[in-house]
Design a protein around this ligand. Structure first.
Ligand SMILES: *Cc1c(COP(=O)(O)O)cnc(C)c1O
Length: 395
């Protein structure tokens, strides 16, 4: 574990902490980096783009030489759409592994693209497992690609991508990964997990501000992607080819966001890269989850599946508990939390990512305790139905 070399400072007076999975609380130097204008075609900005691509590729570990990094304007979903539309040929067929909103969004994107796909839908949070993926691939020879979500941010589950990758390649198919909320804090080294392409965005674990995402793909796939895309602006091959040739983005780049992101990458490196950042987030989660459990709250997921990114808690059964009220009380104490996304039982989420450390997480727990007592909730334990729901989750 790497010790912090960077100091975590609170947001400026009056600004709440964002306990959300992006936009998140950024450092002051990241915000400050945006106080300047850059010409998009100028050498200085081209050097920034080049530097950013190189630094991101370095996070892949040994074997990164076979990959390249293509930044794309827009939010993370634009990048997912760019990846699916550029790497899955018009004659291809995807198996989308869904266990939450982001898996569903990938499936919907395939629908819009008008390309072949089927969905393995595991519901709100059950993980897609290697053996079931292998069976589907064995039964359907038309499937060319598997699409997996690394951390499904809607429940916070860390999906078993290594296992999924193994069965995908054992069956001679290709893997595409949405690592939006995991990349930068959870290793996705190409020597450990085989895949053709992955996407993430500026405002998640690297702790930049929103405005663009990036596709990291095997160079051979980038070459082969020519002519696949349904969209001019979301064509990863065209963006890559242009960047290689001119050093520029094809259309207006989010210059200030890139400047902020470079500063965020420096902070990430100073903290010890993926290992250092992942360790801080894991510590944030542990301190926060232990404290919330002490108050009587229960997590949706068993420890094995809990990501260090965001955690889902069941709402207390107590008639005095009301999420809207809880949210406002937490906000008044300086913490923006996140509503839940489960369809079966009421829940809420607390993020562990952004410029926060375990001291902040202790304050979060104190704030939750105070909010409960202000609402008159003296027992935070969930309804029986929630525990029955959780019992479905494999050990
Ligand atoms: C944040 C996120 C996205 C992208 O969401 P945007 O709102 O478009 O930025 C996609 N997938 C996952 C898993 C995410 O966490």
């Amino acid at each position: 574990m790497t010790a912090h070399q960077t100091e975590i400072l609170p947001p400026r007076l009056g600004e709440p902490y964002l306990l959300t999975p992006g936009p998140l609380t950024t450092s002051f130097p990241v915000k400050e980096a945006m106080l300047k204008d850059w010409g998009s075609w100028d050498d200085d900005f081209r050097a920034m783009t080049r530097d950013m691509r190189t630094r991101l590729l370095a996070l892949l570990g040994p074997g990164a030489d076979d990959f390249d990094c293509v930044p794309m304007q827009g939010s993370g979903s634009f990048c997912v759409e760019a990846m699916l539309g550029s790497f899955i040929p018009k004659t291809g067929k995807a198996l989308v592994l869904a266990n939450g909103a982001y898996g569903q969004r990938s499936a919907k994107t395939m629908e819009y693209l008008g390309r072949g796909y089927i969905v393995l839908d595991k519901g709100d949070y059950l993980p897609p497992r290697g053996d079931e993926v292998a069976r589907i691939l064995a039964d359907d020879a038309a499937i060319t690609h598997v699409v997996a979500i690394h951390c499904e941010t809607s429940s916070g589950i860390l999906n078993p991508v290594e296992e999924i990758s193994e069965v995908t390649y054992a069956a001679g198919r290709k893997l595409l990964v949405d690592s939006m909320s995991a990349f930068g804090a959870i290793p996705l080294e190409v020597a450990q997990v085989r895949y053709e392409a992955m996407v993430s965005s500026a405002n998640k674990c690297i702790e930049g501000v929103p405005g663009f995402g990036f596709v990291i793909a095997r160079k051979s796939e980038l070459e082969a992607a020519k002519g696949n895309s349904h969209s001019l602006s979301l064509d990863v091959h065209a963006q890559w080819a242009n960047m290689e040739k001119t050093g520029q983005w094809r259309f207006t780049p989010p210059t200030h966001v890139v400047a902020a992101f470079l500063e965020a990458l420096r902070g990430h490196e100073a903290e010890g890269g993926v290992a250092g950042r992942g360790a801080r987030y894991a510590r944030n989660r542990d301190v926060m989850v232990d404290g919330m459990r002490d108050l009587g709250f229960e997590t949706l997921l068993k420890d094995r599946w809990l990501s260090p990114i965001i955690v889902t808690f069941f709402c207390p059964a107590s008639a005095a508990f009301e999420f809207g009220k809880f949210y406002e009380l937490m906000k008044a104490k300086g913490f923006i939390i996140y509503p839940g996304k489960l369809t079966v039982v009421d829940s809420f989420r607390i993020g562990c990512i952004g410029q926060m450390d375990e001291n902040v997480m202790r304050q979060v727990v104190e704030a939750a305790a105070a909010a409960l007592s202000e609402m008159g909730v003296n027992d935070a334990s969930p309804p029986q139905a929630a525990l029955e729901e959780r019992a479905k989750l494999a050990a």
